[in-house]
Design a protein around this ligand. Sequence first.
Ligand SMILES: [Zn+2]
Length: 160
Amino acid sequence: MEKIASFTINHLIMKRGIFVSRKDTTTSGDVITTFDIRMTEPNREPAVDGAALHTIEHLAATFLRNHKEWKDRIIYWGPMGCRTGNYLLVNGDYTSSDIAGLMRETFAFIASFEGEIPGATARDCGNYTYNDLDLARKEAKRYLDEVLNNLKEENLNYPQ
Ligand SMILES: [Zn+2]
């Protein structure tokens, strides 16, 4: 089988940031932009804790699907299997800079979230006790402070 495009990006020199992974055109002609929301440097920093990433999934998905401006364009948010970040699929043709403000809002929401994690019940989730809100908040704050509030070219575009 052919190596798929996302496995051809050089992970050895990849930074944290917001990156366009791919753009797909549906049979109806709509463009879907897939973003990598990369929270840790691959293989050089510890991956995000699984339970914390699960909590980030619940909080980010809830926040984005309630966002006044963006909710109708959000197709999907979910964790990467390698636990270095998340995937965000948006209906439309966008650049990383276009969603920088949205990501700052999302991670500020997670970093300061208090109370019950949305959807973290046996009825609503497949593994609802697998959550860590404290660590999710810490990881969100670190990504916000160190990356999202200080975005450079290397944090917005993958090396060519
Ligand atoms: Zn869940």
